[in-house]
Design a protein around this ligand. Sequence first.
Ligand code: SF4
Length: 275
Amino acid sequence: MDWEAVLDRLSAFYGRGDWRTPYLRDHAENPFQVLIGTILSQRTRDEHTDLASAQLFARYPDADSLAAAKPSDLEPLIRATGFYRVKSRVIRECAEAIRTRFAGVVPRTYDELLALPGVGPKTANCVLVFGYGIPAIPVDTHVHRIANRLGVVHTKTPEETEERLRRVVDERYWIPLNPLLVQHGQNLCRPRGPRCDECPIEDLCATGRALRSGRTPPRPEDGPGPARSAGARPARRVSDRRSRRAVPTRTGTRSRRQRTRRGRTRPRPPPAGSS
Ligand code: SF4
């Protein structure tokens, strides 16, 4: 993959790459706020993260002040992000660990970051990249999905994608890779219905090339299904009433009602260390 071309074209297409919410973008030099803001951003929209971050850091700007707060003081400030009770407890514990184990300074190594409460691979890599400017590849659902659609990885999980990307992408491209792919994933290369006909890297993308030539795109093992664009025929036609209602499973099909009864469509709270 010609990563220079991919990143250059996406950078030109999206302008300055201001993909991040205003608060996090304007406080990217503060590793503590990048860390806590990234935990808050789990399973919520950017604007909710932005609001909660601004309210939280106005009163608790560092590890010492946040560690001294009660979760009940934090909950109303971060309520907009959802799962606010879990997140209040986790961010307070994280601040406490930074205060006691690292004298209030966010560590700058992957392993030390990963040992903090509420910190998983993506959050650790976000702190390295956006807090300290250290090359790393934060892999969220956007990066995972697009890397598979591009055809540079064939992976099941973001963790596998990160491990694979670290081997195949030259380190000089690591820092800009996440911001540009996230922005691309939020705009054109969406989970459903990617707009390949408007994409500036279509000719470099395995999915885009396949769709343009009328072939079935390569499907990531856990991906959202074949991409579709204007004029492209889905790989599997869904035309009759029964098949529209059926949901494929490993052992057959079951209806959407059955699936909803089992609760699979309900979001779960973010487990500590899963980000
Ligand atoms: S061509 Fe389509 S699938 Fe490939 S990166 Fe662009 S929008 Fe995504």
